[in-house]
Each structure stands twice: as C-alpha cells, then as structure tokens.
Design a protein around this ligand. Structure first.
Ligand SMILES: Cc1cc2nc3c(=O)[nH]c(=O)nc-3n(C[C@H](O)[C@H](O)[C@H](O)COP(=O)(O)O)c2cc1C
Length: 497
C-alpha cells in the first residue's frame, strides 16, 4: 500500500517538485539552530563504548534493518533518533507532515523537534548516519539531529546510509554535506532500495569493505584461545563481518569416498571449517560431505579457490565451484596464487559477494610485494591470506604485514607438508615440548600457530589425526617454548608457490 501511494505521488509529480527545492544555505540554517534537546529521553540509550556509532531514524523499519546490520558487522553502538511526536501510521498523513517539515527547514531553518541528543562523540572513529529518503531529501528527524549536533560532529568521520523506494540519493548526500559541513565523509554513501533489503547483509558487508575501517585491527593478530575447547575451535571475525573457525580441515589430496568420509569425520569431531580448491578436484566430495554430515550448512564455513588458469573467465569458474559444491552460498573464495588476470578474477568474485552467493574473498600465496601491488587495484580488501607457514618457514614479516592490514593469516602446510612432516615432528625442540605437555608434535605446532595468531588447516584422512588436530585447547605453550619454536625458522620453503 505504501509503495502504491508513493507511486501515485510520483505520478503526481510531488517528489519531483520538492526534490528541485534547493536547500537553504548555511547562514539560514545557523540563524535559528534548535538547541540540542536539554532533556533527552531517559530511556534513550546514550553511546558509551565501541569505535563506531550507528545513528538511525526509521519510520517503517527499512533503515532500522540497515542500521542493525551495520551495528552487527562493526560491533558498534546503535542509537535511534526519535521524533518528539511520532509520525502517524497513516502514510498519507506522514507524507503531508513531512512535506510541511521539509518546507519549514528550507524556508525558515526551522527543524522538527526530536528526543535524541548526544553529549559528545568522543572515542568514535566513525559515526554512521542512517536515514530514509523523504521526497528525495534526508528524512527530517535526521536533519534535525545533524543540525543540532553539527558542531559536535565537526572533525569527526561520518558515513551515510540511505534507504528509499526508488529515488536516487544525491539530494540526501547534499543535505548531509550541508548539515555536516565540518565532518569528513568516509567513502561513498550507501544506497539501499527497499527491494534490496533481502540481501542487506551482503550489501552492507561490501560497502563496509570499501570504507577501510580496519574492523579487525585489534583482533586478527591474536585469538582468544580460552574460548576454545577440544573439538570446538573459537572463531575470528573477518573484515567482511563473518566469523570463521580458526582450525579447519584442508582437503588437498583427498578424493572420492575418502574425501567424503574425511569431511564427515571432521565435522563429527567438531570441525566447522573446510578448505578445498578447484585444483584439488574434490569440490563435489566436500559438498557431499557437508550435506551428509547432519550439521546445518550455515554452521559450517566452506572455502574454495579459483586456480590461475581460471582467472581469464572467472564467472564460469565461480559458477562451476558453486555448482560442484552445491551447498548454496560459499563462505570464502580465494585466488590460488598470483597470476595473469588475478585482479579481473577478484573483481568477478566481488560481484558474487554483492549478490550474496559468496560471503568473503581472500588470497593465497600472496606476500608483501604481491599484496601491496594488488590491494590498490581492488575495492573490497581481502579478509584472509593463506600461505605456507610452518616452524621451518615462518615468514614473520609477512604475517605482521597482513595483520597490520586487518587481514587474517592462515597456514597451509602447517605441519611442514608432504615428505617433511617427519623431520618437523622429530625435531628435538618440538618433540621435547610435546613430551613436556603430553601432546603430539602436531598438536604443539598447531598450538604454536594459534598462539601466534595464525589460523591452521591441517589435512588428514585419518580420523584419529583429525581428532588430534582439533584437540589443542587444553594446554598452552609458555613464552619460552614459543621462543624456542620461533628460533627454528630456516626460511625453508617446501613448495614453490
Ligand atoms: C514522507 C515520505 C516520503 C517519501 N519519499 C520518497 C521518495 O521521494 N522517493 C522514494 O524512492 N521513496 C520515498 N519514500 C519511501 C522511503 O524512502 C522508503 O520506504 C524508506 O526505505 C523508508 O525507510 P524506513 O522504513 O526506515 O522509514 C518516502 C517515504 C515517506 C514516509
């Protein structure tokens, strides 16, 4: 009904007429600034923590959904801007009141009264301003809030998110520019049409990815291992807003029933992350294992990779991965290693992220030089890099570089790789520490990775080893033991990537 009425109005030219009203200049607005409400609603929560404040006004819930998503993905504080007098539930009555309020703002600098006031914005890196579009303009209660707080918002970073039925948001952007003239805008405004609300999670994730918020700047480099228990790995929050278990099963070299059974065995023993790749030739089996595991698909995090010979025709390759895995969406897609057209392939994955078919994007076998050349060419920062890392090839500089970028680091070949595990397991330092803890060498190495803030994906088809690999949460390596393993680095790479 609301939409019908809106289109009737559109047909009548009403939004167009109002949309062409030029906003008053700043002097008019500052002549009669409504003071911040001296008596804020005591029930109205005031922000007190977090790096991000998500402010929103919403009459009918659309903008609230967007704001809630931004809050969830940034772990921010949310605050609703409420009008002193609620808008009528009758849509037509709201339209005529809104029309009068916009005219009063434009003609007299007179803003409608609101209940919401914020003492100060100290401590917030970014203030998200989420508003509906009304007659092509910023909804009037949000205009009131910004007008009343423009000085407090000066020198702060703000980001704008707008919902509308169909009208473009340029006049709302202009309103925000006028009302927050002293603020810096972080990136482009987000525009969510009512018809796109079904994919709001992906839309917000993609947008946040363009704002360079370093959402994980504090937590991708160290994990809270106290949250883990044997058979249940803790998660790390990716910069896309999704959580990923920090222990997974790498399925390289697993095929046929061995692969299906290994996946099922791993899931039954508590693994919730699986790693495959086009190149491994087992995406069908991994998907089958997920479907037959008895665990709901959404509880399992599945990553796959495009190989370099697929980068030139990435859409067909992505479709192939989706079809073979056959588990609905993919949690993470990586590029297998740098190669011709890798940027093209990455950008194709970005489009699938926007459509909600893939949740996060990462890279594999990218080091500092490759990553610093790659990052300026893409819109959404990779959430993760998966590289060869083990005690004989520690690549600490690369780990530090990625962590500084808010990128999770994941180790493939954590146990040294084919033909090299025996040497690592029998290394006197590792074997000695393992004996001291009553653990296996594999468990000590995996624990060392986690304590360094590195995600692990050991591969195995042996159910006992699979169980062992996720039973690393009942002991802790001392600083001295960590240092002794750190000292084993030989810069000895075991594969060519
Ligand atoms: C007073 C009013 C005026 C509106 N004007 C427009 C308009 O000009 N163009 C448009 O596309 N949508 C218009 N809409 C629709 C809203 O922008 C859209 O439904 C929005 O998502 C509502 O957000 P909310 O649910 O958070 O209140 C209008 C809605 C109202 C209530």
């Amino acid at each position: 009904m609301r939409k019908v009425m809106f289109f009737i109005l559109l047909m009548a030219g009403i939004p167009l007429t109002l949309g062409t009203c030029s906003p008053k200049d700043d002097s008019v607005n500052t002549e009669t600034p409504p003071a911040p409400n001296p008596d804020p609603d005591p029930d109205n929560p005031q922000p007190d923590n977090g790096r991000f404040l998500v402010l929103y006004f919403s009459r009918s819930g659309n903008t609230r959904a967007v704001a809630n998503e931004i809050k969830t993905q940034t772990d921010g504080t949310i605050l609703e801007v409420t009008p002193t007098t609620a808008y009528p539930s009758d849509y037509n009555a709201t339209l005529s009141r809104a029309q009068q309020e916009i005219s009063a703002i434009d003609n007299n600098g007179s803003y409608p009264s609101i209940n919401t006031a914020v003492e100060n914005f100290n401590g917030y890196d970014i203030i998200f301003i989420c508003t509906p579009l009304w007659y092509t303009r910023m909804a009037t209660p949000m205009q009131s809030f910004l007008n009343a707080h423009s000085q407090k918002l000066a020198n702060k970073r703000v980001a704008l998110a707008v919902t509308s039925t169909s009208s473009g948001i340029s006049s709302v952007v202009a309103d925000a520019g006028r009302l927050c003239s002293g603020s810096t805008f972080a990136g482009e405004a987000l525009w969510v049409r009512s018809s796109q609300l079904g994919s709001v999670r992906e839309t917000v994730a993609t947008w946040l990815g363009t704002l360079d918020l370093n959402l994980n700047q504090n937590n991708v480099s160290s994990f809270d291992l106290s949250k883990g228990e044997n058979g249940k790995a803790p998660t790390v929050r990716l910069s896309s807003g999704y959580d990923m278990p920090i222990v997974g099963l790498r399925t390289y070299s697993l095929h046929g029933n061995v692969c299906v059974n290994s996946v099922i065995a791993a899931i039954r023993r508590g693994f919730r992350k699986l790693d495959t790749a086009h190149m491994y030739g087992n995406e069908e089996e991994v998907g089958q294992g997920v479907r037959e595991s008895g665990v709901p698909r959404e509880e399992i995090f599945v990553a796959t990779k495009l190989y370099s010979n697929q980068y030139s025709n990435p859409e067909a390759a992505i479709e192939g991965c989706l079809r073979k895995l056959d588990i609905g969406y993919l949690d993470l897609m990586l590029l297998h290693h740098p190669g011709a057209n890798d940027v093209k392939a990455y950008k194709a994955i970005e489009k699938y992220v926007a459509q909600g078919k893939i949740r996060s994007i990462g890279l594999s076998n990218y080091y500092i030089r490759e990553m610093s050349a790659f990052l300026p060419q893409v819109t959404v920062k990779p959430v993760l890099v998966q590289n060869e890392i083990h005690p004989y090839y520690q690549d600490t500089d690369v780990i530090n570089y990625m962590h500084e970028q808010g990128i999770v680091v994941e180790a493939w070949y954590p146990l040294g790789g084919r033909g090299h595990t025996a040497a690592l397991f029998n290394d006197p330092v590792i074997a000695g520490i393992a004996a001291a803890h009553g653990k296996s060498s594999a468990q000590v190495i995996l624990r060392w990775d986690l304590q360094k803030g590195v995600v692990v994906i050991p591969g195995s088809s042996n159910p006992d080893h699979i169980e062992e690999n996720i039973s690393i949460f009942d002991f802790e390596l001392t600083d001295e033991e960590m240092s002794r393993i750190n000292a084993l680095n030989r810069n000895e790479k075991h594969d060519w990537y």
